[in-house]
Design a protein around this ligand. Structure first.
Ligand code: NAD
Length: 352
C-alpha cells in the first residue's frame, strides 16, 4: 500500500485544473488545496469545494502539504520551484521547467541540498501513440530502428495568451517541443552528434509557432521532430523506418500500421505506370513480399506519473523523469534555438 501524499497546486488555470481533477480521483495523493495569483481563480476553486489558500506563503507554510505541483506560466517556475523546495516540499513542475540551463541546474542542486524530490511533468510519456512506437521498437519485430519522424499538426496558431509572448516563455519549441523531444530521446537513447532546426512564424512574429528539428545520433540513426500550428491537413503522428520495414501511426486515435518485408529481392518486378512515366523502383509491393499488420493500442494510465512520484518520495523506486533527462531535453531545446537563429547545424563533439 502506498502512503498517500498531501498535494497542493500553485496555478489554477487550464493545467492546474487538470492536476486538481486528477488529484481528486487519485489513489496516491490527497488534494489539500490550490493557490492562484488571481482571486477569480481562487473563487472558481472554492465553488468546486476545493480549498484555496489566500497567499503563496500560506500554502508553503502549511505543514500538511508534502508535495507541490507548479502549473503557472513558464517564466514563473524558477522562483516558485525554489520557494517550494526551501519550504521543504517535494516539487513537480510543469514543462518546460525553465528557459535557462543554469536555472535548471540551480533547481536540481537545491532539491539535492534540501533532500527533496524534484521532477517535471512529462505526462506525454503516457501517450498511447508514443507507447505503441516504443513497444514496436522493444519487440524487435521490425529490427533496428533507422529513423523516426514525430509530428504534431494543428491549425489554430498559438493560443492568444502568455504562450504567444517571449517574456513568458511562449512558442512551440518550449510548449509541444519539450514533450516531443523528451519522447524522442526515450525512443532513441543514443548520443546526439548533430542537430538542425528551423522555426516558423506564420501566425506569430514574436515566438515560434512551429519548428522542424532534425537530429543525428552517433549510432547513425536519425530523427525528425516537427510541430505545426498552421497545418490544415495533418501529416501522420509517427512514421518509423526500421531494418525490416515501416511503421506508421496516422493519429493518436488509431492503431499503428506496420508493413514488414518477407523477401527483399524481386527480380521479376514489372514496371508500373506513374503519372507520365514508368517505374520499377516505385512499383508497389504485394502480400507475396510483405506482411501488413496492425499494433494494438497499448494500455496507458497517466496516474502512473503521480504513482511514481509518490513511490520515489518513499524511496521505493527511482523517479521516472530524471534530472539527467530534464537537463538533456533543455540542452536540445537550447541548441534548437541556436540553430534556428544562426541557420547553422549545431554539432556536439562528444555527443549530447
Ligand atoms: P493558464 O494560463 O491556463 O494558467 C496559469 C495560471 O497560473 C493562471 O490561472 C494564472 O493566474 C496563474 N498564475 C500566474 N502566475 C502565478 C503565480 N506567480 N502564482 C500563482 N499563480 C499564478 O496556463 P496553463 O495552460 O495552465 O499552463 C500552465 C503551465 O502548465 C505551463 O508551464 C504550461 O506549459 C503547462 N502545461 C502543461 C501541459 C501538459 O500536458 N503537461 C498542458 C498545458 C499546460
Amino acid at each position: 500500500m502506498t502512503n498517500k501524499k498531501n498535494l497542493a497546486i500553485i496555478g489554477y488555470g487550464g493545467q492546474g485544473g487538470w492536476h486538481a481533477d486528477h488529484a481528486l480521483t487519485s489513489d496516491v495523493v490527497n488534494l489539500c488545496g490550490i493557490y492562484d495569483i488571481l482571486p477569480a481563480r481562487r473563487e472558481v476553486a472554492r465553488s468546486k469545494s476545493i480549498h484555496a489558500y489566500e497567499t503563496l506563503e500560506e500554502l508553503l507554510a502549511d505543514p500538511q502539504v508534502e508535495l507541490v505541483t507548479i502549473a503557472t506560466p513558464n517564466d514563473t517556475h524558477f522562483e516558485l520551484v525554489k520557494a517550494a523546495l526551501l519550504a521543504g516540499k517535494h516539487v513537480i513542475c510543469e514543462k518546460p521547467v525553465e528557459m535557462e540551463l543554469s536555472r535548471v541546474e540551480e533547481m536540481i542542486d537545491l532539491a539535492q541540498t534540501q533532500n527533496r524530490l524534484f521532477t517535471v511533468h512529462q505526462n506525454r510519456r503516457w501517450d498511447v501513440d508514443f507507447l505503441a512506437i516504443r513497444q514496436i521498437i522493444q519487440s524487435g519485430k521490425m529490427g533496428e530502428t533507422l529513423r523516426i519522424e514525430s509530428r504534431i499538426h494543428g491549425s489554430r496558431g498559438i493560443p492568444s495568451d502568455w504562450r504567444g509572448t517571449k517574456e513568458h516563455g511562449g512558442g512551440m519549441i518550449l510548449d509541444w517541443g519539450v514533450h516531443l523531444i523528451d519522447q524522442m530521446l526515450q525512443l532513441i537513447p543514443d548520443r546526439i552528434v548533430r542537430l538542425n532546426c528551423e522555426v516558423t512564424h506564420y501566425t506569430n512574429k514574436e515566438v515560434d509557432d512551429g519548428f522542424r528539428l532534425e537530429l543525428a545520433f552517433d549510432s547513425g540513426k536519425t530523427a525528425y521532430v516537427e510541430v505545426g500550428t498552421f497545418n490544415f491537413i495533418a501529416l501522420p503522428r509517427f512514421y518509423m523506418q526500421c531494418e525490416k520495414g515501416t511503421a506508421i501511426i496516422e493519429d493518436w486515435r488509431q492503431n499503428a500500421k506496420l508493413v514488414r518485408y518477407k523477401y527483399w529481392h524481386e527480380n521479376d518486378v514489372l514496371p508500373v505506370q506513374t503519372a507520365a512515366g514508368i517505374t520499377k523502383t516505385m512499383a508497389p509491393r504485394d502480400s507475396v513480399t510483405v506482411d501488413t499488420f496492425t499494433w494494438d493500442r497499448p494500455v496507458s494510465d497517466v496516474h502512473d506519473f503521480y504513482r511514481n512520484v509518490v513511490r520515489a518520495i518513499d524511496k521505493k523506486e527511482d523517479q521516472i523523469v530524471t534530472h539527467e533527462q530534464i537537463l538533456r531535453v533543455m540542452r536540445v531545446m537550447l541548441a534548437a534555438f541556436e540553430s534556428s537563429e544562426t541557420h547553422q547545424t549545431v554539432t556536439f563533439g562528444d555527443g549530447l
